[in-house]
Design a binder for this molecule. Sequence first.
Ligand code: PAF
Length: 288
Amino acid sequence: MIEVHTAKDIQKLAKNYRKKGKTIGFVPTMGFLHEGHMSLVKKARKDNDIVVMSIFVNPMQFGPGEDYDAYPRDLERDRTLAEEGGVDVLFTPGAEEMYQQESTVIVNVKKRTDVLCGRSREGHFDGVATVLTKLFNLTSPTRVYFGMKDAQQVAVVDGLLNDFFMDIELIPVDTMREDDGLAKSSRNVNLSASERSEAPALYQALQQGARLIREGERNPDAIKKEIRTLLEKTSGVIDYADIYSYPDLETMETLSGKIIIAVAVQFSKARLIDNIIVNIPLDQKEDL
Ligand code: PAF
């Protein structure tokens, strides 16, 4: 595995690979790697000649009072995991490398951000889209890999690639789950023992939502009500239990097409999020 720290080096390296006709799978991360990240690497390894991973805790996507300084970091361990997982090039820039001057241009995400996690994190997705634009320009990826656990981020990246005609294929990768259905996350370690036993309720509530849809329910409010009832049985505080079209993240009166059911619950020391995507077959009239 090669490790590079500068924008100039990664750009030169990536351009050379592409010139030689190699495909590049890019996995952007903020480090402190876990099984979720490694599943992205595994998929990228399968699909591409070269796998590039970046580890960069992006200050621009943290708001005032958020945990930029406290964000967990362990580069030594990450290096080992990346190498074992089959990463060819690890890009580990410092903040002064990625933001060399006061920004002249930033990417302002206009849609898909005022709901779900974006509602309480103003400017977060501008930071994500700006750093990803920089990283995509540096790593010349053929394909980019993102976990569906952050489905809103995937929707924003989809918009970024489409709006700016970026010739990059977006590969969303399914959420990894524990045996009891709880979505894997580094935050799960912050659950107390009793909270951990309650936490599978998030996925169970999502599944109940999907079940209602399968049984013919098309009213989002009825489904959200039932999901909330299940989540209220936990000791956590519900941040949201919402249903939108996906990836547009627009409110719907009657459910149809591709939709997302998403929940967020705040436990004492961990805020858990989860979602499922459901494809509702259009009826014949809508199909025409
Ligand atoms: O999902 C993340 O870890 C970050 O938002 C990303 C995509 C690496 C951009 O900083």
